[in-house]
Design a protein around this ligand. Structure first.
Ligand code: NGQ
Ligand code: ZN
Length: 450
């Protein structure tokens, strides 16, 4: 397959008249200044990975925004989330995941890292196939064509003190024997997806014992390792009270952190923790929309970037799925905190370009996916922008990215290829109608869920 672009963002900058040859889902050749062949897209960009998602939470969007009598918080939201997930059947999980994946593709994401912790039926017990729900997620990826890095979650306990799982958490449990079966079944479910990756995700320092954390990265040798860390102040307090050190401090001293690791949120850090964690090569998995929605706090971006820290973005709770808005909110939260403008980019660079390059690279690293750049050897994760839209009128190059991020609207991604699969065309996912119909009927049955 050959794609031709009037302009494209290549690793060393913008180029004109670019021919991209794709074979077996991978880019095999990129030729700038090529003679025009057939129809051309106006502007071709590397499509990013969504590095953190719990797809089932997409179905809760709009159900948790009322104020209750007391002080609402992350923890009151979590109680609602636990109540909600008790309602979900395997069919629901698949229907919701497919809808979320359609929305991810339309927003510009070529792949998703699914941080998957629903392993059991409500109340505990085991499905006939212990990997039933991993199989459902793989099916949603197959249906939608979105790239998948599947991260079966290790979840052993209800808190740092080792208390037992309770209530909604009974769906998460991963004692060694069950977890091995989930990993095994997940691996088989991914076999039919050529670009899928398997990784491992110890849920958090709260939910996994220190003994298990020590060996977690060896469970999928070479694969990505993701963990939620230091999201809420209460987590810092809980870990410090139990172990005498702060969460990131503990992780730096006890985990062999490197480029395989993705540290989700990493919100509550001291300046020293920020610098040291950045230097490990681990990716900061930032989820600005969800972090704002849940009242987590603001990431220490200047300190992180000063050490050359890698970062990417994820849609996490999927309350809203937007690549542009994640990046916009990431930058705007920095502006609000530091009372300045253009906080994240290096001097002399466009914010849009800096964030696009950085988050595409970091997302690909976190996913263990050869992606994030238009270059030979990479999966053909590509997107085209609607340069005819009035919001982009008169703009080109980096200014186009700045307008897309800061002034854009949904629907500016006209086409998206995931590992060469052309799944968004004319702004719509090719399977949207049937996937959406199924999701709507799932939502009707969940209407009274919260
Ligand atoms: C999750 N979500 O696993 O879905 C978590 C909430 C927890 C976010 N942290 C549960 N955004 O952290 O205990
Ligand atoms: Zn999460």
């Amino acid at each position: 397959m050959i794609l031709f672009a009037e302009t494209a963002l290549l690793p060393d900058g913008w180029a004109r008249d670019v021919l991209v040859r794709i074979e077996g889902g991978r880019i095999v050749e990129v030729v700038p200044g090529a003679p025009r062949q057939g129809p051309a897209v106006a502007c071709l960009l590397p499509a990013p990975v969504n590095l953190h998602s719990h797809t089932f939470q997409r179905a809760m969007a709009g159900m948790t925004e009322a104020r209750t009598a007391g002080q609402d918080s992350f923890w009151t939201w979590r109680a609602l989330m636990y109540r909600f997930l008790e309602r979900l059947s395997p069919e629901d999980v698949e229907a919701i995941a497919a809808q979320a994946m359609v929305e991810m593709a339309e927003a510009g994401f070529a792949a998703v890292c699914e941080f998957h912790y629903l392993h059991h039926p409500a109340g505990g017990g085991t499905y006939a196939d212990p990997a039933e729900l991993s199989v459902r997620l793989a099916a949603a990826a197959a249906t939608t064509g979105l790239g998948l890095t599947h991260l079966p979650v290790i979840y052993e306990q209800g808190g740092v003190d080792g208390r037992a799982l309770a209530g909604g958490q009974l769906r998460f449990g991963s004692q060694p024997e069950t977890y091995a079966k989930v990993l095994d079944g997940a691996g088989r479910a991914l076999a039919g997806l050529p670009d899928a990756r398997l990784g491992v995700a110890p849920h958090s320092l709260r939910a996994v014992s220190r003994g298990t954390l020590a060996g977690a990265a060896d469970m999928v040798p070479g694969g990505p390792v993701h963990i939620h860390i230091a999201e809420q102040v209460a987590e810092v307090t809980e870990v410090a009270a139990a172990w005498g050190v702060r969460p990131v401090e503990w992780a730096l001293a006890n985990l062999a952190l490197d480029r395989r690791w993705c540290m989700i949120h990493a919100t509550q850090m001291t300046p020293d923790e920020t610098a040291a964690l950045a230097r490990t090569g681990a990716v900061a998995g930032l989820c600005p929309i969800t972090e704002a929605n849940l009242g987590d706090g603001i990431f220490a971006a200047p300190g992180w970037l000063a050490e050359g820290g890698a970062f990417g973005v994820g849609s996490d709770s999927n309350v809203r799925i937007s690549w542009a808005e994640e990046l916009r909110l990431l930058e705007y939260s920095q502006r609000l905190q530091h009372k300045g403008r253009a906080v994240m980019a290096d001097a002399g660079r466009s914010t849009g370009r800096f964030l696009w390059d950085g988050a595409a690279r970091g997302g690909a690293q976190a996913a263990g996916r050869a992606s994030g750049a238009i270059a030979a050897g990479m999966w053909a994760d590509l997107l085209a922008l609607d340069c005819a839209d009035v919001r982009l009128e008169g703009l080109a190059g980096d200014s186009l990215l700045d307008a897309f991020l800061f002034a854009g609207r949904d629907g500016l991604v006209t086409d998206l290829w995931s590992a060469g699969r052309h799944i968004v065309q004319a702004g719509r996912h090719i399977g949207r109608d049937s996937i959406e119909a199924r999701f709507r009927s799932t939502m009707r049955s969940l209407r009274e869920a919260l």
